[in-house]
Design a protein around this ligand. Structure first.
Ligand SMILES: [Fe+2]
Length: 202
């Protein structure tokens, strides 16, 4: 199966002024597209290795698979987590779960903000559902795939790679993250939360 770049659910300029249309165009059309191409190329090379029975390059290929697959998944999630009509707070079951897991929405927002702003190098901050303890956790993701609890399901991902903000905010990652909260589509996050909770890992 080959992967394809998903269309955005809105126009490139739809998130302005919070998120620059030009940055979004490059981010989706070049960076995300690059992960999709890398993922398909890696799948082809793995198929060739199986065909030849030659797994000399398997370590590098598995690393490329994890990197590009996770990059594709997190970006696909990120676009849907944002909306021109976003912002505010979650309500209903998600709001209750946030309070149970973090004490309050404000404390959760501070933890996710700090996790995102302080990623060393490239990475993400994410709200995830942890299916064993049945609770929400904040994760600080390295690149696209490191430092993640196995089995956790990302619900809200915030891209902290420089390509996500540098043309708009230069080195001020904290300004970018602070502004992005105004675009978070809590209806989307809550729908993911509802689906994730039906999954039993152990
Ligand atoms: Fe990105």
């Amino acid at each position: 199966m080959s992967y394809s770049l998903p269309d955005l659910p809105y126009d490139y300029g739809a998130l302005e002024p919070v998120y620059s249309g030009r940055v979004l165009e490059l981010h989706h059309g070049k960076h995300h597209a690059g992960y999709v191409a890398g993922l398909n190329r890696t799948q082809e090379r793995l198929a060739e290795a199986r065909e030849r029975g030659d797994f000399e390059a398997i370590v590098g290929l598995e690393k490329a698979l994890a990197f590009n697959l996770s990059g594709h998944i997190l970006h696909s999630l990120f676009w849907k987590n944002l909306s021109p009509d976003g912002g505010g707070k979650p309500d209903g079951e998600l709001a209750s779960a946030v309070e149970r897991s973090f004490g309050s929405f404000e404390r959760f927002r501070e933890q996710l903000t700090q996790a995102t702003v302080t990623v060393q190098g490239s990475g993400w901050g994410a709200l995830a559902w942890e299916p064993v303890g049945q609770q929400l956790v904040v994760e600080q993701i390295y690149d696209h795939h490191g430092n993640v609890g196995s089995g956790s399901v990302p619900l809200l991902a915030i891209d902290a790679w420089e390509h996500a903000y540098y043309l708009q905010h230069e080195n001020r990652r904290a300004d970018y993250v602070a502004a992005l909260w105004d675009l978070v589509d809590w209806n989307d996050v809550e729908a993911r939360f509802t689906r994730a909770r039906t999954f039993s890992l152990l």
